[in-house]
Design a binder for this molecule. Structure first.
Ligand SMILES: [Zn+2]
Length: 158
């Protein structure tokens, strides 16, 4: 298997051709394909929500398209809509599950903007009164068991 972007023809019949775009070197593409662990909250055929392994607060979720699009500049509008619809649903569930005061939605495009993983993603972050916003690079990894427990809690609120 080559470590670069390629197109997989997942389904070709008279109804049409479905192209799924993967990047073998991308951690989010690996999560989509179950080649890397993640505490998954929700997925359908086009979008997915899972917990950030380095949360600002427990419940910090990443919402992604399953296909590999780098940023706002190359993601198709219909898929962008699906990602943001799931971000809204997930925000309501995260707010209930974490009893947070608010939710920050953050989405960065390009290294200069602070993008760290170059697969489009929306951060859904539970926020609490009087907590300042740290740099994402300061955040520490959380053990899988705690993430799995929180993912289950959020799933119940979806
Ligand atoms: Zn990817």
């Amino acid at each position: 298997m080559k470590w670069h972007s390629y197109k997989l023809i997942a389904n070709s019949n008279n109804a049409g051709v479905v192209d799924l775009v993967f990047d073998e070197s991308c951690i989010f593409c690996k999560i989509v394909r179950r080649r890397a662990p993640a505490s998954i909250i929700y997925e359908n055929e086009s979008v997915m929500a899972f917990l950030d392994i380095r949360p600002l607060n427990l419940g910090h979720t990443l919402v992604i398209p399953k296909d590999h699009y780098v940023d706002i500049f190359d993601i198709p509008e219909n898929l962008l809509s699906e990602v943001h619809i799931l971000s809204k649903k997930n925000s309501l569930a995260v707010k209930k599950a974490t009893c947070s005061d608010g939710i920050s939605i953050i989405q960065q495009n390009g290294k200069s903007a602070g993008q760290d993983i170059f697969h489009f993603h929306v951060h859904v972050i539970p926020r609490f009164e009087r907590q300042h916003m740290p740099q994402f690079s300061e955040l520490k990894e959380v053990e899988r068991g705690k993430l799995d427990d929180m993912a289950a809690k959020i799933r119940q609120e979806l």
